[in-house]
Design a protein around this ligand. Structure first.
Ligand SMILES: [Zn+2]
Length: 383
């Protein structure tokens, strides 16, 4: 067994294909955990997922590091002592390098501009989330985004440095570690210095673009969501496609869709008010009215509870008790019962009991549904 795996990604983060020798290949729960003498596969850690790829054509399912030994999880075993060909899923890895370096740039800019520390970092293949220990407002976030992208335009150099335990106290770096031996610092020229074990791009220009998507107050600080490089470009392309489709639907220019939607919302609101008024008037015209003493019993085909209620508000001016019904099908009716006096609750209880109904409300207003024929309802009300 070896004491540690040589980490090829530490000195050269651009290795996509490499050869190595199998040191061990142990079975556990149906999977095989393979140790190589050296590897360019980055193991899960520091907020970043494990690299994907293949060893001798077998898919690498996971990569973990324990006591400085890197384990590659495979479905099949490999022969100890054999030489193997390894390849890394480069598209995924490079996108992660763009996003991880982008995160260092943003954290560095925030640290140098506002003095806040990064207190949390997580990255998946669609989003980078980072937490800082101080509040940031819209204007400050915009400043961070601009300065971060200016660091990209400056195409600054990025390198890993390994200070000796003796020299380490002289370095003012973020993410201070308790250990003094083997500390790896990622230095982004004029921008940031931070302890980190992950592979990074070698110049800031390769990050392409940094886009902050959102920021929210989080644990007395701020949680920022961002994307970089290919992810950001893809996001922009999708946004552009969506924006174009909306522009066509609204016949609006590039940056005028919000105004256009606002205008449509106002028009829709007005139309809804008008529609309600007209359907109320229509319901009044459609109503079939039966008057008995101080009661009025009304049938309106296809009316909603809202429409029944609106009609009852008009009818209540002239009648002491109003019963309004609308059929949902042959023998099923929804009802509204109202009165200027109390007693509606009791009336509705009787109605429900007689016609196997459900519903209720206040002493002056109730609504519900029953199962009955129109004649039966009329008889019941007028008896
Ligand atoms: Zn890092």
């Amino acid at each position: 067994m070896i004491l540690h795996t040589i980490k090829l990604y530490e000195n050269d983060s651009y290795i996509k294909d490499f050869s190595a020798t199998v040191v061990s290949s142990e079975e556990n729960n149906g999977s095989y955990f393979v140790v190589l003498d050296k590897t360019a596969f980055f193991p899960e850690g520091g907020g970043q997922d494990a690299d994907k790829g293949e060893i001798n054509g077998i898919e690498v399912l996971d990569v973990q590091i324990k006591d400085d030994i890197i384990y590659h999880k495979l479905e099949k075993p490999l022969e100890i002592g054999s030489a193997v060909d390894c390849s890394i899923d480069w598209e995924t890895r490079f996108s992660r390098m763009q996003n991880h370096t982008g995160e260092h740039i943003v954290s560095g800019v925030i640290h140098r501009t506002f003095g806040y520390n990064n207190v949390g970092f997580h990255m998946n293949d669609t989003l980078v989330t980072l937490d800082v220990d101080g509040p940031l407002n819209e204007e400050q976030i915009r400043e961070v985004e601009l300065k971060s992208n200016q660091a990209i335009y400056g195409n600054k150099s990025i390198k890993a440095i390994y200070p000796t335990a003796e020299d380490l106290p002289d370095y003012d770096y973020r993410s201070k570690l308790d250990i003094t031996e083997g500390v790896r610092l990622i230095e982004i020229e004029d921008t940031d210095l931070c302890a980190c074990c992950a592979p990074h791009v070698s110049r800031t220009g390769e990050v392409g673009i940094i886009k902050i998507l959102s920021y929210i107050p989080y644990k007395k600080g701020t949680r920022i969501e961002m994307i970089c490089g290919a992810l950001a470009l893809n996001d922009y392309m999708n946004l552009h496609t969506t924006n174009k489709a909306i522009m066509n639907m609204l016949s609006a220019k590039r940056f005028e869709i919000a105004d256009s939607v606002e205008r449509i919302q106002t028009e829709l609101g007005n139309a809804r008010v008008e529609n309600k008024k007209l359907s109320g008037e229509l319901a009044m015209l459609k109503m079939e009215k039966h008057i008995a003493d101080n009661k009025v019993c009304v049938f309106i085909d296809g009316a909603s509870y809202d429409e029944l209620r609106n009609c009852s508000n008009t009818l209540i001016e002239e009648h002491e008790y109003c019963y309004l019904f609308s059929n949902t099908d042959d023998n099923n009716y929804i009802y509204v019962v109202s009165s200027k006096e109390n007693g509606v609750r009791e009336l509705v209880q009787n109605l429900n009991k007689t016609f196997n109904g459900k519903g209720g409300g206040r002493d002056t207003y109730a609504q519900g549904k029953i199962t009955a024929a129109k004649e039966e309802i009329l008889n019941f009300i007028t008896k």
